[in-house]
Design a protein around this ligand. Structure first.
Ligand SMILES: NC(=O)C1=CN([C@@H]2O[C@H](COP(=O)(O)OP(=O)(O)OC[C@H]3O[C@@H](n4cnc5c(N)ncnc54)[C@H](OP(=O)(O)O)[C@@H]3O)[C@@H](O)[C@H]2O)C=CC1
Ligand SMILES: CC(=O)N[C@@H](CCC(=O)OP(=O)(O)O)C(=O)O
Length: 345
């Protein structure tokens, strides 16, 4: 049984890690950390956890890398951008396993991080100790796993076969991504206030979203001819879910059947990615509460445009679920451990 510490337990992703690890056969949470409510019992802060004996003794602690490394086998950072950058050095020095849900180690170029996150970057010597691991394609080779961003995960899974098999005109890609409110974390802002978000849709960070560089870096690793992407993000009034519509023109000589075949070839052996049968398009309810990514395809003969619709649960596949999938790969566990979830019907 591996012992797990979570930094940022009271946030949306921290609590989602707890929910998923609850039914993990080979992992148990031993310590949880935050900055507020230090010393408070988890069950007092979150009475929904009452009557689960394993949470009765957990209290929120102040971060201590020494304590984590002596009591746990792996730590999750479920903290806002900038925190892992400050706190991770001890773990890296000791080669202690980390899965970091934040963006702090996703970009290997410090200048790129500073441009898109508008925060100080980690030194490149530390950045090089982290692997960016898109769990359905890659495996960790180092102890520090940088978990992809939620929009980046959905977008990359949406585009992978097109770039890997060179099926589209690479300057024609348009990505329109929409997220539920839990993607913004637990802290209230003007845009996430109920009155503003409910019964409303708003596009934000147009051409400035911090996931653009991590998406592009991965695309260019798949296809060296990748061109800058047109990427937009909107807030929609649901709690969970990311809905990505991607549009592209097919490359010369490529047919829609070639595209469908490529998606099946890429994903049919990947349990957590489901390519829907002809004509079917996924919706958020297909995946909410699960680690699945569902993909549907359509083609317009008149405009020669391919549409790819991809959905994930931002808190599961986009954060805690993929983080556990990465942990499972790291420890050599069954990939599905803790993640065998049926959608919330
Ligand atoms: N929400 C989502 O769908 C996704 C989130 N992510 C990323 O995951 C990370 C967490 O996101 P999310 O759960 O939404 O964030 P939240 O804002 O909901 O929670 C963040 C948590 O971090 C804790 N925290 C902040 N500073 C520290 C610190 N110095 N030491 C210990 N704990 C600290 C906070 O606890 P306290 O209040 O006690 O300080 C809080 O519980 C972010 O980097 C986010 O970008 C990635 C993909 C999807
Ligand atoms: C709805 C919403 O606000 N979503 C957040 C996702 C943040 C996130 O996941 O940030 P990192 O992965 O970069 O750490 C956003 O668009 O910034």
């Amino acid at each position: 049984m591996k012992k797990i510490a979570i930094i940022g337990i009271s946030g949306y992703s921290g609590l989602e890690l707890l929910r998923l690890l609850h039914s993990h056969p080979d992992a148990e949470i031993v310590n949880v950390y935050g900055t507020s409510n230090i010393g408070a019992k988890l069950t007092d802060l979150f009475p929904k956890l009452l009557n689960f004996p394993k949470y009765a003794t957990l209290t929120i602690k102040t971060f201590s890398s020494d304590e984590i490394m002596t009591t746990a086998d792996l730590v999750f950072f479920a903290t806002p951008a900038g925190i892992a950058a400050e706190l991770a050095a001890d773990f890296i020095a000791a080669d202690f396993p980390v899965v970091d849900l934040s963006g702090d180690f996703r970009l290997q170029n410090p200048a790129q991080y500073e441009k898109w996150y508008k925060k100080s970057a980690v030194h490149k010597n530390l950045l090089s100790k982290a692997d960016y691991v898109l769990a359905d394609f890659d495996r960790p080779t180092q102890a520090y796993v940088s978990n992809p961003g939620c929009y980046a995960t959905a977008t990359l899974l949406s585009l992978a076969p097109l770039y890997q098999a060179n099926l589209i005109q690479l300057d024609s890609v348009i990505i329109d991504a929409k997220s539920g409110l839990s993607g913004a974390g637990k802290n209230l802002t003007d845009s996430s206030h109920y009155v503003n978000a409910n019964e409303n849709v708003s596009l934000y960070k147009l051409n400035q979203h911090q996931h653009i560089p991590e998406i592009f870096n991965k695309l260019i690793s798949w296809n060296t001819n990748a061109k800058p992407i047109q990427f937009s993000t909107s807030l929609i009034p649901v709690n969970r879910g990311i809905f990505v519509s991607t549009y592209a023109k097919l490359a010369e000589g490529i047919t829609f059947s070639d595209v469908v075949a490529a998606y099946h070839q890429t994903y049919d052996d990947k349990y957590f990615v489901r390519v829907l049968n002809d004509g079917l398009l996924p919706d958020l309810h297909s995946v909410v509460g699960t680690n699945f990514t569902d993909i549907g395809l359509g083609y317009n003969e008149l405009t020669h445009t391919l549409t790819v619709v991809t959905v994930i649960d931002n808190l599961v596949k986009g954060a805690a679920g993929q983080a556990i999938q990465n942990m499972n790969h790291f420890f050599g566990f069954d990939e599905k451990a803790g993640l065998d979830l049926v959608p919330i019907l």
